[in-house]
Design a protein around this ligand. Sequence first.
Ligand SMILES: *Cc1c(COP(=O)(O)O)cnc(C)c1O
Length: 449
Amino acid sequence: MTTKALSPSDGDDARRRIPATDTLLALPELASATGRVGRQRVKQAIVAAQQRARRGEILPGEVAAAAIAGLTRHATSLRHVINATGVIVHTNLGRAPLSAAATEALAVAAGATDVEFDLSTGERARRGRAAMQALAAAVPAAQAVHVVNNNAAALLLCGLALAREGEIIISRGELVEIGDGFRIPDLLASTGAQLREVGTTNRCSIRDYRDAIGPRTAFILKVHPSNFIISGFTSSVEVPELAKLGPPVVVDIGSGLLAPHPLLPGEPDASTVLTQGASLVTASGDKLLGGPQAGLLLGRSDLIELLRRYPAARALRVDKLTLAALEATLTGPPNPVGEALIATFESVLARVDSVTKRLSSKGIDAVTAPTAAAVGGGAAPGVQIHSAAVSLPAFLAGRLRAGDPPVVGRVENGRCLLDLRTVEPHEDDAVLAAVLRAGAAADPSGSTG
Ligand SMILES: *Cc1c(COP(=O)(O)O)cnc(C)c1O
């Protein structure tokens, strides 16, 4: 027997009775699981269960069962997290949570699949044609479409295939840093294209663009400033005017709205931008579209064909899982991102009130608080969405993150806020249970309240 599972510094008798790792590994259920998911994953599930017992969340006698239950979750070391941050598309939490339809599609596509095969003829078929058809159907203004790894890849491919030895004209007000230190101008420059910056940070006119056009111009790029706002003495040139200048206009709309959204009038969408004369639109699949990580390319068929046939396109292509999830997102019912966006304040408030009441009745210091939720993920900067949160003592924030499942809220003015707008309604009860567990663990130290 190993002493690893014991916590020598801990005087608590119950904690000493936590079964050791080797003892648990010898149990038939766990021993057989090593063949299925690997010894390392089984060990992780055991350690997680032992830690829960040490924290007092479960009894020593429940450790084996918790480890077995935990195994399904530990098929991957990624954890399912409940996003109660109030940021709908949270980049650090994997951006868009997929819809049930997309999740189902992933399971189907995981095995051998006809992603690139025509079952009627028995011959090779265009890869991912169903997803492409769904995308084309969603944006009739696009002559053709293509899908790559992400929006950054879409821009990279435009730079490589259309401007490798030429110039890309871009406004200085649109030299965007996407995040994590990555900047769109650097990305484009890495393709060998030259950036011809025009205008100033706050103002750019049609003349600035016109003066920059020359024999080396490959295309004009318009980038949606998706994660910041410039206000005050500003001007920029819109797509209809740019389209009249002559060179192709490529528009990076960022968030992936395919059509105008009534609640986000300031957010560009692929249909409108193409109708205004853009030659190509690039967008992310996992922001407001609510799908898997992907880069959408829509527009003129001659340009899409150039992109599709360019050698590097092969290095940027998406796998069968992405194609399956994208198709399901495009054809399926509203997804969690869309639902979180359109949920009325009253409906969120009613859910928060219900959770708050049930927590209060169990002696937890929980009150309803109005909040401002955000779209996030580089979309609709400055847009505040009227929302509501379960407001708890701040010290619960860490415990909720350490729980199972982890619940991620935010701490504001000394309170831990769980904004239910970004929680899928079917997970309200899981949030309630998580807070009760976190609150109960606080009791022995007497610091509740
Ligand atoms: C988010 C964003 C990108 C990067 O998209 P990825 O899909 O993360 O590669 C590029 N441009 C704009 C305007 C964005 O908002």
